[in-house]
Design a protein around this ligand. Structure first.
Ligand code: ATP
Ligand code: MG
Length: 217
């Protein structure tokens, strides 16, 4: 089974997330995409993250109508901090027969060298980098330190690079939806409509539970 993994805080999930998952699924013929909800300890970021359970409920509501999309609560049992490299290793142990495609936006790819043991990620999984509006075109040379660049081999197309482990690094530029959770939280706090930026069931849950009405930074 070819399994895509889209990790995120999803505070809240929006059409930008769903669209990159769909584009990766289609382009790489993935059988499923798991939306891995990050269990962010409250002290980790500058602003307090919404509770894991509310973020998971939003993700579940968002993926319910897509047969190939699933919410993944694997990090719920690991209070964190959770590092992608550890979660990916755990996913490989849980689904030993799957091949993995870790999907990240271009902003996450740019920050990758700051992640724990980031070079190990290339050996654990294929990596799919999807463009995010406002960021330049991507390739290993623009995104990675020289030591890491040297582990990739040009395959004849700038969209596909081979890692020494045999895994692939893909770059996809497609629709590009300029939506971020940060912006959505600010809009809700300002009592503005977020209709057509998130799936309707997500919008309704946010409204029902009064999420994001008080700006927390
Ligand atoms: P925040 O503003 O709180 O950081 P976010 O919108 O960036 O939220 P995250 O949960 O941080 O969402 O992102 C999860 C993953 O999805 C990251 O790899 C990020 O790069 C990617 N991503 C999020 N929004 C988009 C988008 N509009 N286009 C492409 N990639 C995106
Ligand atoms: Mg983000």
């Amino acid at each position: 089974m070819k399994t895509g993994i889209l990790g995120g805080t999803f505070d809240p999930i929006h059409f930008g997330h769903l669209r990159i998952a769909e584009e990766a699924r289609e382009r790489l013929q993935l059988d499923r995409v798991l939306f891995l909800v990050a269990n962010v300890p409250p002290h980790k970021t500058g602003r307090p993250t919404s509770p894991f359970a509310s973020r998971l409920a939003l993700v579940e509501a968002a993926v319910a109508d897509h047969p190939g999309f699933e919410a993944c609560a694997m990090e719920a049992d690991h209070p964190g901090p959770n590092y992608s490299v550890d979660t990916l290793a755990r996913l490989r142990r849980t689904y030993p027969d799957d091949s993995f495609y870790f999907i990240i936006g271009a902003d996450s790819f740019r920050d990758l060298p700051e992640w724990k043991n980031y070079q190990e990620i290339f050996s654990l999984t294929n990596l799919v980098v999807v463009g995010r509006p406002g960021l330049e075109a991507m390739d290993p040379a623009s995104g990675l330190p020289v030591a890491a660049q040297k582990q990739f081999c040009y395959s004849g197309s700038p969209e596909k690079w081979r890692h020494t482990s045999g895994n692939w690094l893909f770059f996809i530029e497609d629709t590009g939806l300029d939506i971020s959770s940060t912006r959505l939280r600010a809009m809700v706090a300002e009592r503005r409509s977020i209709r057509y930026l998130v799936p309707e069931p997500v919008r309704q849950l946010i409204e029902r539970d009064g999420l994001y009405r008080i700006q927390k930074g």
